[in-house]
Design a protein around this ligand. Structure first.
Ligand code: GLP
Length: 247
């Protein structure tokens, strides 16, 4: 696991964009899974600027959705799909046929989850998983406890996640209690994983992710055992003073 500590959020976003742009250059048809949340927004803006300048080609990428609330149609303004479309897909000119989504309103959810896992498998797995870190150590919506083998599935959100996401919904009572999440198994098997972590509120959970016991109680701790993981963080999220580019 490589830990890259940058001085602030804009720098973190630029460095993350360098990593992602390298993947696009090496493999123009790369398979990616990308998060919503606030942390990757700077990265997405940076990539969109590079796309506008003609520095990256996104026409052959394939994108997989990371997570979705249950019961929302794709075009629902509150869906994570809409969020991903606005901040990532449209600015990068990625078209619908390049995207595999998690249908939170599917009539048969377990079938939809299996179909998603099959699609990832048929695509040869993810080349790049870009991930954020939930305040309780979740990856996507793989809430604690989530084991390393967990498939794509329906999950009940923990009270902590419900309260942390209440700001997007105008109150806790409006947040859906269940969601779909891409499974731990395929996320951890990604050829490359980029975990982005910013701000002091992530300090404690970042310490447990990097140095704590590897446990389903902190799903992100399984990253300690994954193949090629780069954690990019800013100093605010670092638990203790560290030197830059510490491994
Ligand atoms: C959310 C999402 C994750 C996201 C994480 C961190 O609940 N399900 O995909 O990565 O929490 O979000 P943020 O970047 O806003 O801290």
């Amino acid at each position: 696991m490589e830990l890259v500590v940058e001085r602030d959020y804009p720098t973190l976003s630029g460095v993350a964009a360098d990593v992602v742009a390298d993947v696009f250059r090496e493999k123009s048809d790369a398979r990616l899974v990308v998060p919503t949340g606030e942390t990757p927004l700077g990265l997405y803006r940076n990539l969109a600027d590079r796309k506008d300048r003609g520095e990256i080609d996104t026409s052959r990428l394939r994108v997989f959705q990371l997570d979705e609330y249950l019961g929302l149609a794709l075009d629902d303004a509150r869906s994570l799909y809409r969020w991903m479309r606005e901040v990532f897909l449209e600015p990068l000119a990625i078209r619908d046929h390049q995207v595999t989504w998690l249908p939170g309103d599917a009539a048969n959810l377990s079938e939809a989850c299996q179909a998603y896992d099959r699609a990832v498998e048929q695509a040869g797995g993810y080349d790049l998983a870009i991930l954020g870190l939930g305040p309780n150590g979740h990856l996507g919506f793989n809430e604690p406890p989530s084991g390393a083998d967990a498939p794509t599935r329906v999950i009940t959100l923990t009270p902590e996640t419900v309260s942390s996401n209440a700001r997007y919904w105008g109150g806790e009572d409006r947040v859906p209690r269940q969601a779909l999440t891409a499974g731990m198994k395929q996320l951890l098997a990604a050829r490359q994983i980029l975990l982005l972590v910013s701000g002091p509120r992530k300090r404690e959970i970042l310490a447990r992710t990097l140095q704590g016991p590897v446990t389903p109680e902190v799903p992100a701790s399984f990253l300690q055992r994954a193949a090629r993981v780069t954690v990019i963080t800013d100093r605010d999220a670092m638990p203790a003073p560290v030197s830059l580019r510490e491994v």
